[in-house]
Design a protein around this ligand. Sequence first.
Ligand code: SF4
Length: 295
Amino acid sequence: MTSPHTFDFPPYRPPSEAQSMLLRVTHGCPWNKCAFCSMYKKYPFARKPMAEIKADIDLMPTVYGSGANHVFLGDSNSLLLSADDLVEILTHLYSVFPNLKRVTSYARAKTVLKKSAADLKRICEAGLTRLHIGLESGSDKVLQLIHKGPTADEIIEGSLKSKAAGFQCSIYVLLGIGGMEYTMDHRQGTIRVLNAIDPHFIRVRTLTPIPKSDIARWIAEGSFTQVSPLVSIEEERDIVAGLNVNSRFLNDHASNIVPLDAQLPADKEQMLVALDRGIEYCKKNEVGYADYRYL
Ligand code: SF4
């Protein structure tokens, strides 16, 4: 007797997809080398058979009901699938949920670059509307240090290519990822890259060394100096001050010290005031990592 098909949830999704239906189309991360990340270490990368993906889509009305109208495709880089496969998945998804307003996925900039402009447009027109792309830092020294894979220019090129195809572009920045050694490179490079991309969304996180990650080991060995909460806010203040973009800017993660949800350029002065308040607070109160979310 064959066992009934059970729904396969992706293990991670961006905070902005907390209310979204989750659909797993691959397992794990095909790169899996970033020094700060251990999210997918225990999930070897694998593609899912199309029949299983469609069976999951058919189960989604039972799992989620009819209320949700956003979908996130997991795991870490769904764009790795061929354009034909993605269009087939999206077509089936929209046939089951004709009123979907948003379908999003993580994507690596190098993967975007490997796809033709025509294929990216086909995927976007089939209904994948937003790509979440990890920049972490715009400094090539930092990107190399953390084994991110692409150069800063490749991330610019991939992000602009995704925008040109019609995707909303959501870019992730990681405060503290250069350590004290590269904090100034990190700030300057990140400003340059974000200004070049002018993404729809900039989402900021603060480095939290995960046990057993390369970064945690480097800190223990003394080759990487974690920035203090004060320096992480100073990094963000410098980055915001240097931005000339039309992006929604969000500190929408528990790792962030100062909560921000703002629209650039209109809210820039208010953002700088909030960050200055955070800097002053850290200076007066010797804020440590256990004290995040003090506001
Ligand atoms: S940060 Fe993204 S690309 Fe890097 S290892 Fe983690 S999931 Fe993979």
